[in-house]
Every structure is written in structure tokens, then in C-alpha cells.
Design a protein around this ligand. Sequence first.
Ligand code: SF4
Ligand code: SF4
Length: 94
Amino acid sequence: MVIVDPHGHLLPLSRAARGAAGRTGSWRTKKPLLNESRCVGCLVCWLFCPENTIDIVEVDGKSMPRIDYEYCKGCGVCAQVCPTKAISMVEEGG
Ligand code: SF4
Ligand code: SF4
């Protein structure tokens, strides 16, 4: 399977279908918070999110991640793979 990243590159990858596991955000205990000032728009978080809950939006000509909290399950993979530590995991409701 081939998917197309937001810059139009063809990637030989499959992606999870968003919502395939239900509204995972309803049982999340921690959530990822993005510090936009640290984000370099590399898309690594988008690539590795196992729930496909990260969208890429254009902000001032730069690709930025936007997390869909309805389906984010709070696994922390995005925070672990981010090379600039732009994502931190915080307690839900905190
Ligand atoms: S991995 Fe980090 S630096 Fe790269 S787009 Fe995601 S938040 Fe931004
Ligand atoms: S914590 Fe990050 S990697 Fe995990 S589901 Fe949420 S957005 Fe995706």
C-alpha cells in the first residue's frame, strides 16, 4: 500500500484507519501537548502515531501537527519519537 504525505511524497506504508478502535480518547489517562515553538514540522509524529490521529496543517507556510483528541489514546509514541521534544505527555484533565 502507498500513502501520500502532506508534501506529496509517496510512502510505501499502511496507515491505521482512524476510529477503528473506537473513540480511544474517552479512556485516555494522559494526553500529548504540543509546544509549537519547538516543532520543526518534520512529520515524524504523524508517521509513527499508531492511531492515525495526527493531522498536518499549514501554519505560516510550515507544516504543523494537530492532534485529534477524540481518537488519540495517549500512548505517548509521538512524544517519544519527536526529535525536538516538542510533545510532552500530561495528565488528562490537568
Ligand atoms: S515530531 Fe516533533 S518536531 Fe516533528 S512535527 Fe511532530 S511535534 Fe513537530
Ligand atoms: S499519544 Fe500521540 S502517538 Fe499516541 S495516539 Fe495520541 S497522538 Fe497518536
